[in-house]
Ligand binder design. Structure first.
Ligand SMILES: Cc1ncc(COP(=O)(O)O)c(C=O)c1O
Length: 471
């Protein structure tokens, strides 16, 4: 039983591992690359019959960190998030220690009030006076929740009886996140009924095309259920024209969901928030604060200005042991959630907000935006590089330009792999309209101009190595 005892646990030994990992991060690369077979060979994954000593498990923790991707390193630019704020780590660790469930107010009184306060505050930034919402397990599930909410609110009979013979269709831009595809599967609507709306050259949904496709779907006997616009697309970081899309939704009386998982943080910047103009007209919004605001995976919200709708859509069950005969405390968030047991994710977001304040967020977002602009200008100055899109937010899409230009697409993947294998940087890649490119996300607070400039040099060096090997 000794290993179950909190008071006797040698926390210092484990915290020292974290401390030295953080301290050594600048010296270490972002990646210690190994093929899966090598990783299996180098890392002892066996689950022992007899428990090991604390000192041995300290070594296990060190080994884990040695082989893990280091998102604290400023050259990690692979995802729409990087190093979390240190205070978010503290909040997450304390939430894990507290081990409360957010199902009921009685189990997590302060967690419940904090989550409600955050929901109200995020809603305020969207432009709503009152907001209902709940934290979910990621932007994908927030998008699913938004579509479920749309269907159950507009077609309440579906909650009990399912979709019946109604052939619903949902409209998203062709740049939208793949979670909508998954959501249509989950909702029994069918993935074929997700209608991709063409986007313009910058990756923004064309509102006129949306109107045309809604009319066409109606003519073919479909029931349009919802339009899901994106504020900050995954690959290009583009913002759909929300006001124009809201006009089309109004004309057709359609629910408007806005996926602001990525771009939502922009609302905290006085300078850049106009990019999301029209978001206040949305019926539901997805917002991941773990992305631009760095509050740590996972901090995701589904939000709506229609008070009571989320509860009406999601409630049901658990009365015999949790919500007690349907007499749930009106503060309980559980009935609005897809989950039963749920972590106190609100703590890390709330502590982060306390430390940053509105002003801190504003400055962080402005800094990240100006770095992305700086990086784009630097790319344009360097003849060996090609900028594919002017960044609308923090996604900088560019590539190495070989002397034989027609090899530009081919070179992208090997250059990226080379950077990872050498531990120089971790950058994702993508393609659009037949062109491949590196997708660099300027979200790491430590990636200043010096770091970004060095990464551009490293991309050029990797490109030259690739070219030399393909002479
Ligand atoms: C626009 C957008 N929406 C939703 C998601 C899904 O978010 P999550 O990874 O939290 O499920 C992403 C992820 O990158 C995204 O880019």
């Amino acid at each position: 039983m000794e290993n179950t005892n909190w008071q006797q646990f040698p926390f210092d030994k484990f915290f020292n591992v974290i401390k030295s990992y953080v301290e050594n991060t600048p010296k270490q690369g972002v990646v210690a690359f190994e093929e899966p077979a090598e990783l299996r060979e180098h890392f002892d994954m066996t689950l022992p019959d007899l428990g090991r000593s604390h000192d041995e498990v300290v070594k296990d923790l060190e080994a884990y960190l040695e082989h893990a991707r280091n998102t604290l390193h400023p050259t990690f630019a692979n995802q729409l998030y990087a190093a979390p704020l240190p205070i978010a780590f503290i909040g997450d660790a304390v939430a894990a220690m507290g081990n409360s469930t957010m199902a009921t107010y009685e189990a997590a009184p302060i967690g419940t009030l904090l989550e409600r306060a955050l929901i109200h505050n995020l809603g305020k930034y969207i432009g709503w006076d009152r907001t209902e919402g709940v934290m979910v397990t990621g932007g994908s599930n927030a998008n699913f929740s938004g579509l479920l909410l749309a269907r159950n609110t507009r077609f309440p009979e579906t909650r009990r009886f399912g979709n019946g013979n109604t052939r619903f269709s949902v409209f998203v831009s062709e740049e939208a996140h793949y979670s909508f595809f998954k959501a249509l599967n989950q909702l029994g609507i069918g993935t074929d009924n997700l209608i991709p709306v063409p986007s313009d050259s910058q990756g923004r949904m064309r509102a006129s095309e949306l109107d045309r496709l809604i009319k066409a779907a109606k003519e073919r006997g479909f029931t349009p259920m919802c339009v899901a616009a994106t504020a900050g697309t995954t690959v290009l970081g583009a913002f759909d024209p929300l006001d124009e899309i809201a006009d089309v939704c109004k004309q057709h009386n359609l629910w408007l969901h806005v996926d602001a998982a990525w771009g939502g943080g922009t609302l905290l910047s006085t300078k850049h928030k106009a990019k999301l103009k029209g978001i206040e007209r949305a019926d539901s919004v997805t917002w991941d604060t773990h992305k631009m605001l760095g509050t740590g995976l996972v901090s995701s919200f589904i939000l709506t200005p229609h008070i009571g709708s989320l509860l009406a859509s999601q409630r049901g069950g658990g009365n015999n042991y949790l919500f007690h005969d349907g007499q749930e405390n009106t503060l309980d968030l559980g009935p609005m959630s897809l989950q039963c047991g749920r972590r106190v994710d609100a703590l890390k977001v709330w502590l982060s907000w306390r430390l940053m304040g509105d002003k801190g967020w504003n400055d962080l977002i402005d800094t990240l935006y100006s770095r992305a602009q700086w990086m784009a200008r630097e790319i344009k100055k360097r003849p060996d590089l090609q900028l594919l899109y002017e960044p609308e937010s923090l996604n900088v899409c560019f590539r190495y330009l070989p002397k034989r230009h027609y090899l530009a697409n081919t070179a992208v993947r090997p250059i990226r792999d080379d950077l990872i294998k050498r531990g120089d940087a971790m950058i994702n890649w993508s393609s659009r309209t037949g062109e491949s490119f590196l997708r660099f996300i300027v979200v790491h607070p430590g990636a200043d101009e010096k770091v970004l400039g060095k990464i551009l040099d490293d991309v050029i060096a990797a490109g030259q190595r690739w070219e030399a090997s393909h002479a």
